[in-house]
Design a protein. Structure first.
Length: 187
Protein backbone atom coordinates (compact mmCIF):
# COMPACT_ATOMS: atom_id res chain seq x y z
CA UNK A 1 0.00 0.00 0.00
CA UNK A 2 1.51 3.36 -0.97
CA UNK A 3 2.34 5.53 2.04
CA UNK A 4 3.71 8.96 2.71
CA UNK A 5 5.85 9.90 5.67
CA UNK A 6 5.01 13.18 7.35
CA UNK A 7 6.65 15.10 10.15
CA UNK A 8 4.47 15.06 13.22
CA UNK A 9 3.53 18.65 14.05
CA UNK A 10 1.63 19.52 17.25
CA UNK A 11 0.22 22.81 15.96
CA UNK A 12 -1.23 21.14 12.85
CA UNK A 13 -2.67 18.32 14.95
CA UNK A 14 -4.70 20.69 17.14
CA UNK A 15 -5.87 22.70 14.12
CA UNK A 16 -7.10 19.51 12.44
CA UNK A 17 -8.70 18.28 15.66
CA UNK A 18 -10.60 21.58 15.98
CA UNK A 19 -11.78 21.31 12.37
CA UNK A 20 -12.89 17.70 12.91
CA UNK A 21 -14.85 18.67 16.04
CA UNK A 22 -16.50 21.54 14.15
CA UNK A 23 -17.63 19.08 11.46
CA UNK A 24 -19.13 16.89 14.18
CA UNK A 25 -20.88 19.88 15.78
CA UNK A 26 -22.22 21.00 12.37
CA UNK A 27 -23.61 17.52 11.60
CA UNK A 28 -21.06 16.86 8.85
CA UNK A 29 -19.39 13.90 10.55
CA UNK A 30 -20.25 11.61 7.61
CA UNK A 31 -18.38 13.72 5.06
CA UNK A 32 -15.22 12.70 3.20
CA UNK A 33 -13.39 15.53 4.96
CA UNK A 34 -14.38 14.17 8.38
CA UNK A 35 -13.22 10.67 7.40
CA UNK A 36 -9.86 12.00 6.25
CA UNK A 37 -9.42 14.06 9.39
CA UNK A 38 -10.35 11.12 11.59
CA UNK A 39 -7.75 8.94 9.87
CA UNK A 40 -5.13 11.66 10.35
CA UNK A 41 -6.06 12.20 14.00
CA UNK A 42 -6.15 8.50 14.81
CA UNK A 43 -2.68 7.95 13.31
CA UNK A 44 -1.26 11.09 14.93
CA UNK A 45 -2.82 11.21 18.40
CA UNK A 46 -1.59 9.61 21.60
CA UNK A 47 -1.24 5.85 20.97
CA UNK A 48 -4.00 5.75 18.34
CA UNK A 49 -6.61 6.17 21.05
CA UNK A 50 -10.18 6.97 20.03
CA UNK A 51 -12.05 8.91 22.69
CA UNK A 52 -14.77 11.55 22.72
CA UNK A 53 -15.73 13.79 25.61
CA UNK A 54 -19.24 14.35 26.99
CA UNK A 55 -19.82 17.07 24.39
CA UNK A 56 -19.12 14.57 21.60
CA UNK A 57 -15.74 16.09 20.70
CA UNK A 58 -12.65 14.06 19.86
CA UNK A 59 -10.36 14.90 22.79
CA UNK A 60 -7.29 12.68 22.51
CA UNK A 61 -4.09 14.71 22.89
CA UNK A 62 -1.24 15.00 20.44
CA UNK A 63 1.03 11.97 20.13
CA UNK A 64 4.74 12.49 20.34
CA UNK A 65 5.76 10.43 17.29
CA UNK A 66 8.71 11.82 15.32
CA UNK A 67 7.14 10.92 12.01
CA UNK A 68 4.13 8.93 10.87
CA UNK A 69 3.41 6.83 7.80
CA UNK A 70 0.04 7.57 6.25
CA UNK A 71 -1.55 5.28 3.68
CA UNK A 72 -2.57 7.17 0.56
CA UNK A 73 -4.42 4.53 -1.43
CA UNK A 74 -7.22 2.45 0.08
CA UNK A 75 -8.57 1.17 -3.25
CA UNK A 76 -7.52 -2.41 -2.52
CA UNK A 77 -10.08 -2.46 0.32
CA UNK A 78 -12.99 -1.29 -1.86
CA UNK A 79 -14.16 -4.77 -2.91
CA UNK A 80 -13.70 -6.11 0.62
CA UNK A 81 -15.96 -3.45 2.11
CA UNK A 82 -18.54 -3.35 -0.70
CA UNK A 83 -20.92 -5.61 1.23
CA UNK A 84 -20.21 -4.21 4.68
CA UNK A 85 -22.34 -1.73 6.54
CA UNK A 86 -20.79 0.49 9.19
CA UNK A 87 -23.18 2.02 11.71
CA UNK A 88 -23.12 4.03 14.88
CA UNK A 89 -26.28 2.92 16.63
CA UNK A 90 -27.40 1.47 19.90
CA UNK A 91 -26.87 -2.30 19.81
CA UNK A 92 -30.60 -2.93 20.28
CA UNK A 93 -31.40 -1.19 16.99
CA UNK A 94 -28.87 -3.02 14.80
CA UNK A 95 -30.45 -4.86 11.86
CA UNK A 96 -29.16 -8.40 12.44
CA UNK A 97 -30.24 -11.50 10.51
CA UNK A 98 -30.59 -14.77 12.49
CA UNK A 99 -27.53 -16.39 10.88
CA UNK A 100 -25.25 -13.31 11.09
CA UNK A 101 -21.91 -13.72 12.86
CA UNK A 102 -21.45 -11.12 15.60
CA UNK A 103 -18.13 -10.11 17.09
CA UNK A 104 -18.69 -7.73 20.00
CA UNK A 105 -16.07 -5.73 21.84
CA UNK A 106 -18.02 -3.56 24.28
CA UNK A 107 -16.18 -1.19 26.60
CA UNK A 108 -14.22 -3.08 29.22
CA UNK A 109 -15.63 -3.55 32.69
CA UNK A 110 -13.31 -1.06 34.36
CA UNK A 111 -13.69 2.11 36.44
CA UNK A 112 -13.27 4.37 33.41
CA UNK A 113 -16.49 4.12 31.37
CA UNK A 114 -16.75 7.56 29.78
CA UNK A 115 -15.99 6.43 26.24
CA UNK A 116 -18.68 8.68 24.82
CA UNK A 117 -21.14 11.34 25.91
CA UNK A 118 -23.53 8.71 27.29
CA UNK A 119 -20.92 6.57 29.05
CA UNK A 120 -21.26 2.79 29.37
CA UNK A 121 -22.61 1.53 32.69
CA UNK A 122 -22.96 -1.93 34.17
CA UNK A 123 -26.62 -1.86 33.08
CA UNK A 124 -25.34 -1.31 29.51
CA UNK A 125 -23.03 -4.32 29.92
CA UNK A 126 -25.94 -6.50 31.06
CA UNK A 127 -28.24 -5.26 28.30
CA UNK A 128 -25.53 -5.95 25.70
CA UNK A 129 -24.93 -9.44 27.09
CA UNK A 130 -28.66 -10.26 27.10
CA UNK A 131 -29.00 -9.02 23.50
CA UNK A 132 -26.02 -11.09 22.36
CA UNK A 133 -27.25 -14.20 24.19
CA UNK A 134 -30.63 -13.95 22.45
CA UNK A 135 -29.02 -14.00 18.99
CA UNK A 136 -29.47 -17.45 17.38
CA UNK A 137 -26.35 -17.09 15.21
CA UNK A 138 -22.68 -17.30 16.18
CA UNK A 139 -21.43 -14.75 18.72
CA UNK A 140 -17.92 -13.99 19.94
CA UNK A 141 -17.28 -11.35 22.57
CA UNK A 142 -14.12 -10.03 24.17
CA UNK A 143 -13.86 -8.10 27.42
CA UNK A 144 -11.68 -7.80 30.47
CA UNK A 145 -12.00 -10.95 32.59
CA UNK A 146 -13.51 -9.40 35.69
CA UNK A 147 -15.43 -11.68 38.01
CA UNK A 148 -18.78 -10.15 37.12
CA UNK A 149 -18.16 -10.31 33.35
CA UNK A 150 -17.23 -13.99 33.60
CA UNK A 151 -20.29 -14.73 35.77
CA UNK A 152 -22.60 -12.77 33.45
CA UNK A 153 -21.58 -14.59 30.27
CA UNK A 154 -21.39 -18.02 31.91
CA UNK A 155 -24.92 -17.51 33.26
CA UNK A 156 -26.08 -16.72 29.72
CA UNK A 157 -24.63 -19.95 28.31
CA UNK A 158 -21.43 -18.69 26.71
CA UNK A 159 -18.28 -20.81 26.63
CA UNK A 160 -15.46 -18.88 28.28
CA UNK A 161 -11.79 -18.91 27.31
CA UNK A 162 -9.07 -16.70 28.74
CA UNK A 163 -6.17 -14.96 27.07
CA UNK A 164 -3.52 -12.39 27.88
CA UNK A 165 -4.48 -9.19 26.11
CA UNK A 166 -1.63 -6.86 25.22
CA UNK A 167 -1.89 -3.25 26.34
CA UNK A 168 -0.80 -0.57 23.90
CA UNK A 169 -2.24 2.41 25.79
CA UNK A 170 -1.33 3.39 29.32
CA UNK A 171 -1.07 6.76 30.99
CA UNK A 172 1.44 5.25 33.46
CA UNK A 173 3.58 3.41 30.90
CA UNK A 174 2.58 -0.01 32.30
CA UNK A 175 2.02 -2.24 29.26
CA UNK A 176 1.53 -5.48 31.24
CA UNK A 177 -0.92 -7.81 29.52
CA UNK A 178 -4.38 -7.94 31.10
CA UNK A 179 -6.44 -11.08 31.55
CA UNK A 180 -9.22 -11.04 28.99
CA UNK A 181 -12.21 -13.24 28.33
CA UNK A 182 -13.33 -14.59 25.00
CA UNK A 183 -17.00 -15.57 25.34
CA UNK A 184 -18.40 -17.76 22.54
CA UNK A 185 -21.92 -18.97 21.79
CA UNK A 186 -23.45 -20.87 18.83
CA UNK A 187 -20.10 -21.36 17.14
Amino acid sequence: MPTIKMKNDERSFYQHRSRFNKLIKDGKWQSAEAAQLFYYLNRTCFNGLCRFNQSGEFNVPFGKHESINYATDFSRFRRLFDNWTFTNNDIGSLPIAPADFIYADPPYDVDFTTYSSGGFSWDDQVRTADWLAAHPGPVVLSNQATTRIVELYEKLGFTIDYLAGPRRISCTGDRTAAREVLAVKNL
